[in-house]
Design a protein around this ligand. Structure first.
Ligand SMILES: Nc1ncnc2c1ncn2[C@@H]1O[C@H](COP(=O)(O)OP(=O)(O)OP(=O)(O)O)[C@@H](O)[C@H]1O
Length: 286
């Protein structure tokens, strides 16, 4: 029997900042042990809200009004803060969007990696340092000794993202949430980073929830996908099925619009207004 690592059921939430407007509408999704699921949608679709709900970092202005987030048989939404803190950063880790701001500018890379290992895996300073060096080699950093001693500003964006990938996998999590981890990078580096995440998760059997705007990225790295619009799941399934045989008119239009459908300057077919009209009618929004 393949157990799901993560099962979200009937997750609903409203935004108090937007007058109580629903931001998640009865969302369900599953992630298999060792699977990679893409969470796709345009800006405002609710991707980050789902990621934050899993990580227990929803802003006060977003209220969950129903549902469950079952991680390894336990509901994260009903856990007490100390229990959540013990899971976050150890069983569940985050690869953040912006490598620029996610690292402490005043501390050397080696020290930052070692901090996590000492705190979350109880390693001694010496062991943590040796392990950090190994991790940098694992994320294919060629001169790990130099990088250990570097400050973040001395590294390129791609290198900083490799360091953050190392930090996320360092704690040997079962679930990694990757929040648009390649948005800030150019296309060639983006490809390398995607390959690296795939390599790290495959080697360790880690489940990954991959938040992105980009169906092209989904095709490269994910094995299943959930497409959201206005907080509602529009289509989901194995990537191949969804991309090669989309059922919903919105999914078809997105595929026709090209990999970066959210960028009108990408030059391909924009999603026709009629598709949005039907979609909004279906969801019951004006
Ligand atoms: N801090 C907040 N307080 C209240 N509502 C919020 C907050 N952050 C986001 N929202 C609302 O929640 C909805 C979903 O936003 P969310 O950030 O989850 O979308 P997203 O798909 O991640 O978009 P993006 O790709 O731009 O990050 C939006 O309507 C947004 O206005």
């Amino acid at each position: 029997m393949t157990e799901n690592l993560l099962t979200i059921t009937g997750l609903s939430a409203v935004s108090d900042r937007e007058g109580g407007m629903p931001v998640l509408r009865d969302v369900g999704l599953t992630l298999k042990n060792g699977g990679v699921r893409g969470l796709v949608g345009e800006s405002g679709a609710g991707k980050s809200t789902i990621a934050k709900a899993i990580l227990g970092i929803l802003p006060r202005t977003v209220r969950v009004t129903g549902g469950w987030i079952n991680f390894k048989g336990r509901d994260l939404l009903s856990m007490k803060p100390p229990e959540l803190r013990s899971i976050m950063g150890s069983e569940i880790a985050l690869i953040p969007q912006d490598p620029q701001t996610a690292l402490n500018p005043a501390r050397r890379i080696g020290a930052q990696l070692a901090d996590g290992l000492k705190l979350k895996r109880g390693m001694s300073a010496r062991t943590a340092e040796a392990y950090a060096l190994q991790l940098l080699a694992d994320v294919q950093i060629r001169d790990p000794d130099r990088v250990m001693k570097s400050f973040p500003h001395q590294l390129s964006g791609g290198m900083r993202q490799r360091v953050l990938i190392a930090a996320a996998f360092a704690v040997e999590p079962e679930l990694v949430i990757a929040d648009e981890p390649t948005t800030a990078l150019d296309v060639t580096v983006q490809k390398e980073i995607l390959r690296l995440i795939r390599h790290m998760q495959e080697a360790r059997g880690t489940g990954v929830l991959f938040v992105t705007h980009d169906l092209g990225i989904v095709a490269q790295i994910c094995d299943s996908v959930t497409l959201l619009y206005a907080g509602k799941v529009i289509e989901e399934g194995p990537v191949r099925n969804v991309l090669e045989n989309p059922k919903h008119a919105y999914t078809k239009a997105l595929i026709a619009a090209g990999p970066r459908y959210d960028r009108p300057d990408a030059g391909l077919e924009p999603v026709p207004e009629a598709v949005f009209r039907e979609l909004r009618q279906e969801i019951g929004i004006s």
